[in-house]
Design a protein around this ligand. Structure first.
Ligand code: 5GP
Length: 121
């Protein structure tokens, strides 16, 4: 089950510059910005510029160039933020069981200190 992309989701508005964000990095493929409710000392969201609902949607429909551009950008942002030495975690929520709130594909980049267990229930 994959819902259609909603062009009025909050990250689409951020991409269009209708809502501000604390930008960390931008190139032709991605925008990276600080999460508004950080769950770790460093909590950055990396989103593709293309209109994809989730990882499922992105992995199925994005072009090879978009996938490579996105993947390299996530690694670049982690490196830029100085997270490589002590490590970091990537999370992407997909659909209802994950609690995905914003229906524009994004990766959470978490680090800056010990992160604890992978999931809590
Ligand atoms: P999800 O649950 O969809 O994986 O994560 C959505 C994330 O977006 C949450 O961590 C939430 O704090 C963040 N978020 C929601 N609205 C905004 C916003 O307007 N600006 C920013 N920077 N982050 C947001």
């Amino acid at each position: 089950m994959m819902t259609d992309y909603d062009p009025n989701n909050i990250f689409a508005k951020i991409l269009r510059g209708e809502i501000p964000c604390k930008k960390v990095f931008e190139n032709e493929w991605v925008l990276a910005f600080h999460d508004i409710g950080p769950k770790a000392p460093v909590h950055v969201l990396v989103i593709p510029k293309g209109a994809y609902v989730s990882y499922a949607d992105f992995s199925a429909k994005a072009s090879s160039d978009e996938i490579v551009g996105f993947t390299r950008a996530v690694g670049h942002v982690a490196q830029m933020l100085g997270l490589e030495e002590n490590g970091y975690r990537l999370i992407s929520n997909v659909g209802p069981h994950s609690g995905q709130e914003v229906p524009h594909f994004h990766v959470h980049l978490l680090g800056g200190g010990p992160l604890g267990a992978l999931i809590g229930r």
